[in-house]
Design a protein around this ligand. Structure first.
Ligand SMILES: [Mg+2]
Length: 282
């Protein structure tokens, strides 16, 4: 309960931006899309990258843990593939029809006259598809997707795949050697602090005045470290770095009534000022 008090105090500060993740945040995990994404990633690894089926699950987990996303990890350990090819394989076959328009969320978002920005690790096409399926077009000032943070340099010389060696991360994890440095990923994504800092610059976001909504505890905890006010979506659990937990994104209004109160106060102030101005003129 103590942190609830802290949060109430913190929330008295003015917010000027809402920063949203998309997947499993703007729609619930129960939609089943996340499970399908996982299956598609594993199929990509066996079918396109030739990784042994028996190793795929363990590898996915290790890469996800170390690099934030499986894709970022695959690139780090030396697999060479096209970002667009990966995204179209993983997201192209998703059952988007399971998502329905969400007029409640649309109303919530549009009733707040403050900035709303999306920050997702997914690609632009997937982000646009979800926003459209949920009926949330026009709700966000900016959508920051994979391509925003990882613009492809078309003039880059393609890697010679035959000479590339794959770093055996599973063996490394089983027996970590402090002398061996882990390969770095070229991919910029959550939960790296650098990705957040870049988003703040790109979208002109002041983290101290921003509420950040995400379903991933790692993203939430990084968000907290870089100064955001954090709302963990999809759970009622409490963890370090979480300012508030919302079981469903629809609970924003009940959980953060001060956002709307601030709007009403502003309206009242404006009406008073207009009245004074009219009276002065008269
Ligand atoms: Mg998510």
């Amino acid at each position: 309960m103590a942190y609830e008090e802290d949060f109430k105090q913190t929330s008295e500060a003015k917010y000027d931006c809402l920063l949203f993740d998309i997947d499993d945040t703007l729609y619930p995990l129960s939609s089943g899309l996340a499970m399908q994404v996982k299956t598609n990633i594993q199929e990509y690894m066996t079918q396109k990258l030739g990784i042994e089926e028996a190793k795929v699950q363990e590898l996915c987990l290790a890469l996800y843990k170390i690099y934030g996303t499986t894709m970022a990890g695959l690139k780090a350990v030396g697999y060479d593939f096209d970002y667009d090819d990966f995204h179209s394989f993983v997201h192209g076959r998703l059952p988007y029809s399971t998502l329905k328009p969400d007029p409640i969320l649309r109303n919530i978002i549009l009733s707040l006259p403050i900035r709303k920005v999306v920050f997702t690790n997914a690609d632009k096409a997937h982000a646009a598809k979800i926003i459209s399926k949920l009926g949330l077009e026009g709700c966000f000032e900016k959508v920051i997707s994979f391509e925003t943070l990882n613009p492809i340099n078309k003039t880059e010389t393609p890697h010679d795949t035959k000479t590339r060696e794959i770093f055996d991360i599973i063996s490394y994890m089983a027996n970590p050697d402090p002398q061996v440095e882990l390969p770095k990923t070229p991919v910029i994504c959550k939960p790296s602090e650098g990705a957040f800092e870049q988003v703040f610059k790109m979208a002109n976001i002041n983290p101290k005045k921003t509420l950040f909504f995400d379903d991933s505890i790692r993203n939430i905890q990084t968000g907290k470290r870089v100064g955001l006010h954090t709302i963990w979506v999809g759970t009622s659990q409490r963890e370090e770095g979480v300012d508030m937990a919302l079981e469903h994104i629809h609970n924003i209004r009940e959980a953060l009534p001060e956002l709307w109160e601030a709007v009403e106060e502003k309206g009242e102030e404006l009406r008073t000022r207009q009245k004074v101005a009219i009276e002065t003129i008269a």
